[in-house]
Design a protein around this ligand. Structure first.
Ligand code: NAP
Ligand code: GCO
Length: 267
């Protein structure tokens, strides 16, 4: 008999990286509402405090840590501290990420490296730090926040596309290497989601009209709208829960249909 409790995260410890606001915050609040204890990090104490207050407003007692996901020693310290204070991590969501929109031939190697460092090396460093605990515990869930750019390219986002394409393959490799320990590593590929990261693409024009990129995305999305962090909550709960115990190495695109659509035909 199917038991809906399979979606429950009661008793689980979840670490969501970069979850002070945006997609990470949305996912963390959903995991908390399903019973998980939430840990999150931010690079800055001030933003961390704002995050803790925002969770509190929703009745969630989140554990916050100042930590940069690219700093291997700091990550190891944070994971050890979480294991001591909260418990071994059952669920890791690699959400922290940045984008730099610069035409490739104008982009410095330093900027390209920084994007790859945060968006790809960060999930590697984080996963490497939590997998030993998951092996010890006999189960684990890793969810990597991928992108449309794990599949598609576009002008100005070469570093981001390289990193998110790499993250898709890191997901498949973690599945391949650690599936035997009952660890499931999957990705979520959000479509275009209204958060601070995409705010410049949605800015109103001087005459009050929509940004051309905003109109382009609405036209390219069969749902005819931008996504919200809330759109990612159900998929994240599914991939964090026992309901997905035989789903591994999969990228779940949550994009309002963008990847299925060739685009609007000319009028
Ligand atoms: P956002 O609003 O810019 O939030 C990004 C978060 O990552 C912030 O909390 C930021 O914290 C944190 N962060 C960045 N670098 C970090 C580092 N080195 N160490 C720790 N935390 C770091 O972005 P978002 O739109 O919510 O995106 C979240 C994730 O989804 C990203 O991986 C993004 O690429 C991906 N994504 C976004 C969209 C979209 O349309 N919005 C679509 C697909 C995928 P601080 O800067 O405060 O430290
Ligand atoms: C861009 C966007 C994207 C999205 C997202 C799409 O400039 O094209 O910022 O890359 O944020 O990752 O899935």
């Amino acid at each position: 008999m199917f038991d809906p409790k399979v979606f429950s995260l009661e008793g689980k410890v979840a670490l969501v990286t970069g979850a002070t606001y945006g997609i990470g915050f949305g996912i963390a609040t959903a995991l908390a509402k399903c019973g998980a204890t939430i840990c999150f990090n931010d690079r800055h104490q001030e933003k961390l405090d704002q995050g803790i207050a925002a969770y509190k407003e929703l009745g969630i007692e989140a554990h916050g840590y100042v930590c940069d996901v690219t700093d291997e020693e700091a990550v190891a310290r944070m994971v050890a501290q979480i294991e001591k204070e909260v418990g071994i991590i059952d669920i890791l969501v690699n959400n922290a990420g940045i984008i730099k929109r610069v035409p490739m031939i104008e982009m410095s190697a330093a900027d390209f490296r920084q994007v790859v460092d945060i968006d790809l090396n960060g999930p590697f460093i984080m996963s490497k730090a939590v997998i030993p605990g998951m092996i010890k515990k006999g189960h684990g869930k890793i969810i990597n926040i991928c992108s449309m750019m794990s599949e598609l390219g576009r002008e100005t986002v070469s570093a981001y596309a390289a990193a998110k394409g790499g993250l898709k393959m890191l997901t498949k490799n973690i599945c391949s290497e650690y599936g035997k320990y009952n660890i499931q590593c999957n990705g979520i590929g959000p479509g275009y989601i209204a958060t601070p990261q995409t705010a410049p693409l949605r800015e109103r024009q001087a005459d009050g009209s929509r940004h051309p990129f905003d109109s382009f995305i609405v036209a390219k999305t069969p749902a005819e709208r931008w996504g919200d962090p809330e759109d990612l909550q159900g998929p994240a709960v599914f991939l964090a829960s026992d309901a997905s115990n035989f789903v591994n190495g999969h990228i779940l695109y949550v994009d309002g249909g963008i990847l299925a659509y060739i685009g609007r035909q000319p009028e």
